[in-house]
Ligand binder design. Structure first.
Ligand SMILES: NC(=O)c1ccc[n+]([C@@H]2O[C@H](COP(=O)([O-])OP(=O)(O)OC[C@H]3O[C@@H](n4cnc5c(N)ncnc54)[C@H](OP(=O)(O)O)[C@@H]3O)[C@@H](O)[C@H]2O)c1
Length: 226
């Protein structure tokens, strides 16, 4: 019988993170999930899913979570947590707290937690980060959502640096765009459902197990320019 694979999803209280937990659980993966805010319909609703409480911007909490996980073998680590940032999205109007929050949550904290959990990754594993097509520097022809875009471009840069460091190991490092998805962030007009996005993302991940690839892809497998 094939060995059950194990995934850790960071930022799974709701939205696409919760969709990833459901999809992986339905496919027979062993799933560990973190939530910042408890949601009665969150990942604990799926039998066997182990849930931890974690705010990825709290450095001491991340450190102790990584220590707790140190003997865990992972085939997938997916850092999904993210925020839009202030509604004005303006470099001129942004105060220090807003700048810190959006760049720390979307770019710095995801890499910090991934680096602290890297010893848990099995050979052949996938390390995935939830980026956005808006993080594509080359693809930015129309602007808009300036701070969010910049934070996801910063995430992509951090992901590339870390992929270079991991190049001696057989680990796929992916920056993923989930589509425009109907969540609190994506809004009601979004054309893609959470389950369509999560199923697509998991299909892309499963294709990259044991491949050691480094790519920026959408949930349907299309490459996106960095
Ligand atoms: N929806 C889209 O169309 C779309 C498109 C491109 C990329 N994305 C990206 O996809 C990811 C998920 O987005 P979504 O649409 O599912 O958004 P969402 O419904 O707003 O969910 C965001 C998730 O991130 C968690 N989170 C935020 N800050 C956190 C922190 N400091 N520590 C831990 N968890 C934190 C939230 O936890 P709480 O419940 O505690 O707030 C929530 O679980 C984000 O990275 C987003 O940028 C979304």
């Amino acid at each position: 019988m094939p060995q059950t694979r194990t995934a850790l999803i960071i930022g799974a209280s709701r939205g696409i993170g919760l969709g990833l937990v459901k999809t992986l659980h339905d496919k027979g993966w062993n799933v560990i999930a973190t939530v910042r805010t408890e949601n009665p319909e969150g990942p604990q609703a799926f039998s066997g899913v182990e849930v931890h409480s974690l705010d990825i911007t709290h450095q001491s909490a991340v450190k102790s979570f990584a220590e707790q996980m140190q003997n865990q073998d992972l085939d997938l680590l997916f850092v999904c947590a993210g925020i839009t940032g202030p509604q004005h999205q303006s470099a001129t109007n942004a105060d220090d707290q807003e700048i810190l929050e959006v760049f720390k949550t979307n770019a710095i904290a995801p890499l910090s937690i991934a680096q602290q959990l890297s010893s848990c990754l099995n050979e052949g594993a996938v390390l995935a980060f939830m980026s956005s097509i808006m993080g594509s520097t080359e693809g930015n022809e129309n602007g808009g959502m300036d701070l969010y875009r910049a934070s996801k471009a910063a995430l992509n840069s951090m992901v590339r640096s870390y992929a270079a460091k991991l190049s001696g190991r057989n680990i796929s490092v992916l920056a993923l765009h989930p589509g425009w998805v109907k969540t609190a962030m994506g809004g009601d007009q979004a054309p893609v459902t959470v389950s369509e996005s999560a199923e697509g993302l998991v299909a892309q991940i499963e294709k990259r197990l044991d491949k050691g690839e480094h790519k920026f892809l959408d949930y349907q497998g299309q490459s996106i320019p960095w």
